[in-house]
Design a protein around this ligand. Structure first.
Ligand SMILES: O=P(O)(O)OC[C@H]1O[C@H](OP(=O)(O)OP(=O)(O)O)[C@H](O)[C@@H]1O
Ligand code: HPA
Ligand SMILES: [Mg+2]
Length: 180
């Protein structure tokens, strides 16, 4: 698996350090709010797990499974809900947790939906933001790192379901996904 990588963008240590900073910032702002933190599966799983362990406030967790990439490196444009929330978001202070915002389509769809469902507030925390990929404008509240317009994998991010278990974030060798 490591041989498929062209370069490392963010090491395990760097990810841990930045996650701690985000956890401190969010904890401070949500100290008395009992936020509902919603992880978007599957990519957000490792980041969300590390983030919430570093937050010393009352909070609740829920998950949604949404998919628009399938096995491709560009978004299909169609957002499919594979699993909805268990929790009613009405009146809740929602924090959506993502691994990456690229075209913005996934989160634009989800934030609109939570708006219809009458959440009290909706904020977004994403580990990575790829501004050059943006097709739909989207306000993002907490960002770990900006990434270049390359397909990145690791720490939850996949290519064709692989590489989610890498402890760091890196760029794949182009021959891995070229001609597929
Ligand atoms: O801003 P966008 O262009 O919508 O891209 C971002 C979304 O794409 C990825 O999910 P994917 O659909 O690949 O599902 P996964 O998390 O299960 O890999 C990623 O985890 C984000 O949810
Ligand atoms: O760069 C990416 N890598 C993995 N999954 C993704 N989903 C959107 N962009 C990406
Ligand atoms: Mg994916």
């Amino acid at each position: 698996m490591q041989n498929d990588m062209e370069s490392v963008l963010f090491s395990e240590e760097k990810l841990a350090e930045r996650t701690q900073e985000l956890a401190d910032e969010i904890s401070k702002e949500y100290k008395d709010k009992n936020p509902l933190m919603i992880g978007i599966l599957k990519g957000a799983m490792p980041f969300m797990s590390d983030l919430v362990k570093r937050m010393d406030i009352y909070l609740e967790l829920d998950f949604m499974d949404v998919s628009s990439y399938g096995n491709a490196t560009t978004s299909s444009g169609e957002v499919k809900i594979l699993k909805d929330l268990d929790t009613n978001v009405e009146g809740r202070d929602v924090i959506i947790v993502e691994d990456i915002i690229d075209s913005g389509r996934t989160l634009s769809y989800i934030t609109k939906m939570f708006g219809y469902r009458k959440a009290n507030s909706i904020k977004i925390v994403t580990l990575l933001d790829k501004p050059e990929g943006r097709v739909v404008e989207l306000p993002v509240d907490y960002v770990g790192f900006l990434v270049p317009n390359e397909f990145v994998v690791g720490y939850g991010l996949d290519y064709a379901e692989r590489y989610r278990n890498l402890p760091y974030i890196g760029i794949l060798k182009p021959e891995i996904y070229r001609d597929k």
